[in-house]
Design a protein around this ligand. Structure first.
Ligand code: SF4
Length: 368
């Protein structure tokens, strides 16, 4: 993995030819927690785009800012969080301009979310049919009978056998895999433009995980839904992603097409994540040496200093890594990074997602 010299993307750079207009565009999203008179950045200048029918994986360990990004998009940031800046554009409309009542129309309708643990996300006192029918009645005005019929149809489409009978089951009467299928049915009931899937298979065994991935792909192909999948599991990424955004310390440190990032990860953090990935062609019962781990832990938001947030875990850290966060840049065989281009503009442009970009001083030519 060569430390190729990079070129900062400029605002005039165009997305890949033929790329559809983004359905969701996140621009320079910034989020801070304020407590006991202190403020700490949770997200810093996060920018990316999501196009119809594609799967974008937000990747990183717990505490890197993935789930907070999703909650900020949905405007469900918990206290003491505050969105400090940036925009979230859904089909070009800024969600920040919507009041809470209007956001309730967006959630579950235009943007839906499925969670890691369906048992806590599903309401134990309502049948699964009632829970699928609720968004249909709320957002689409269906009456009780039509909403129930549609709930049965949704259960069938996500592969629940005997849906006419299972529609009256309570969540505890179903297996973990079936409950996750129900969560997907609820999330897709109103045909959202964007589905956010937060670690959707972490609580499931590998066979059921594979079934859920197949189901998500099939539903996505049928409906053209854009999927934003949040995961720390690089195996899931290699299965599902069209494009990857790697986050560390509340910032984007690398992004690009899945094949490019997996074939040639540039950031030391991405390289570490991929080194932790088991070989996919190994037999399950075959003995294997312990997988490597990235030494150290993700720093708390209260302990992040200036510079690159990965510096304490990076074997290649140098003085300038401690001084400033590097601009997001893209590989180039041709020229040096343009240091006069400001990082925010570069991040803006790289968010088109057309190029493989990395934020690491290793790839920036030292100035004379
Ligand atoms: Fe390591 Fe520096 Fe690159 Fe951060 S910027 S990943 S500390 S080399």
């Amino acid at each position: 993995m060569n430390a190729a010299v990079l070129q900062v993307t400029t605002p005039g750079d165009a997305p890949a030819a033929g790329a559809a207009d983004p359905v969701l565009r996140v621009e320079n999203l910034t989020l801070a927690f304020r407590a006991r008179g202190r403020s700490a950045d949770v997200l810093n200048a996060v920018s990316f785009e999501l196009r119809p029918g594609e799967t974008l994986c937000l990747v990183g360990e717990s505490g890197c800012g993935k789930s907070m990004t999703a909650l900020a998009i949905m405007r469900l940031v918990p206290e003491p969080g505050r969105i400090g800046g940036g925009r979230v554009l859904l089909r070009g409309e800024d969600l920040a301009a919507r009041d809470e009542g209007a956001m309730r129309q967006v959630r579950g309708n235009s943007i839906s979310m499925i969670f890691q643990e369906p048992m806590t996300a599903l309401n134990p006192v309502y049948t699964v049919g009632e829970q699928i029918a609720e968004p249909l009645r709320l957002h689409q005005g269906l009456d009780k009978a039509r909403a129930r019929a549609r709930a049965i149809e949704m259960l069938r489409s996500v592969g629940i056998p005997a849906p006419e009978r299972r529609v009256d089951d309570y969540p505890h009467q179903m297996s973990g895999g079936m409950r996750q299928r129900v969560m997907i049915a609820i999330a897709l009931a109103c045909d959202p433009a964007v589905l956010i899937a937060d670690e959707p298979t972490t609580a499931l065994d590998v066979t059921v995980q594979a079934q859920i991935f197949d189901l998500l792909r099939e539903q996505q192909a049928r409906r053209g839904t854009a999927v934003l999948m949040i995961t720390h599991d690089m195996g899931a990424v290699s299965e599902m992603a069209d494009r990857i955004v790697v986050m560390y310390g509340g910032r984007i440190v690398e992004q690009g097409a899945c094949r490019d990032v997996l074939a040639e990860p540039l950031h030391p953090y991405t390289q570490g994540l991929i080194a932790c990935l088991p070989e996919l062609d190994r037999e399950p019962d075959e003995a294997r040496p312990d997988l490597p781990e990235i030494p150290g832990v993700v720093p708390s938001i209260w302990d992040r200093g200036p510079g690159c947030p990965f510096q304490a875990r990076c074997e290649r850290a140098m003085q300038r890594c401690r001084e400033a966060f590097p601009p997001l840049a893209r590989p180039s065989r041709a020229g040096a990074i343009r240091m006069d281009v400001d990082a925010a503009a570069a991040t803006d442009a790289a968010a088109s997602g057309a190029e493989h970009g990395v934020a690491c001083w290793l790839y920036v030519e030292a100035q004379a």
